[in-house]
Design a protein around this ligand. Sequence first.
Ligand code: C5P
Length: 206
Amino acid sequence: MIIAVDGPTASGKGTIAKALAAHFGLPHLDTGLLYRAVGRQVQLNGGDPESSVDALAACDFPAALLEDENLRSEEVGGFASRVSVHPAVRRALYERQRAFATQAGGAVLDGRDIGTVIAPEAEVKLFVTASVAERARRRWLEMTGRGIDVALAEIERDIAARDARDMGRKDAPLIAAPDALVLDTTCFSRDGAIEAAIEAVLARVG
Ligand code: C5P
């Protein structure tokens, strides 16, 4: 069984995808991490994320970079969003994601285009979303909890900009697949959202 979990930044899709993988005993791939690694490699190379040549060169990032703590930062998230606009970057990362999705026994992948491009045949597609204000609040709580001093309004601006870029790009824009189940987690607790996702999967596959 392939489970595709797509949605905007800080919607809770990563938490939900991990929980689904644990519940159904499936391997999980956070595809955002691949784009973050490319963004971080551009940064390390001193390149320009808007340049498709610099971004494509960064797709050769070493495997160890996926363990880099900096990948989770907002700054690298912004770089990831910029490099992910280039079709050449998306092509370069396609096979790796496709191989993960089609492995024997199935898999859970989370990202932006899993249900539309990487695994359109997925048995279950969830599109996890929440209001910008709620996503900003969650990200702010998480960051301040880690001791990072940041203004809520700044996070809200960054999230709105990232949404606009992810939804507005020509190649594989962030959009719910027509057969995806939309899960709005704005009013859900973490556990409530996980429970709703598990129920949604069971309703789809029986
Ligand atoms: O999910 P995460 O915030 O880690 O993703 C970082 C960025 O990588 C996103 O803003 C998006 O631009 C890009 N991305 C993508 N396609 C995916 C996963 C992530 O374009 N499947």
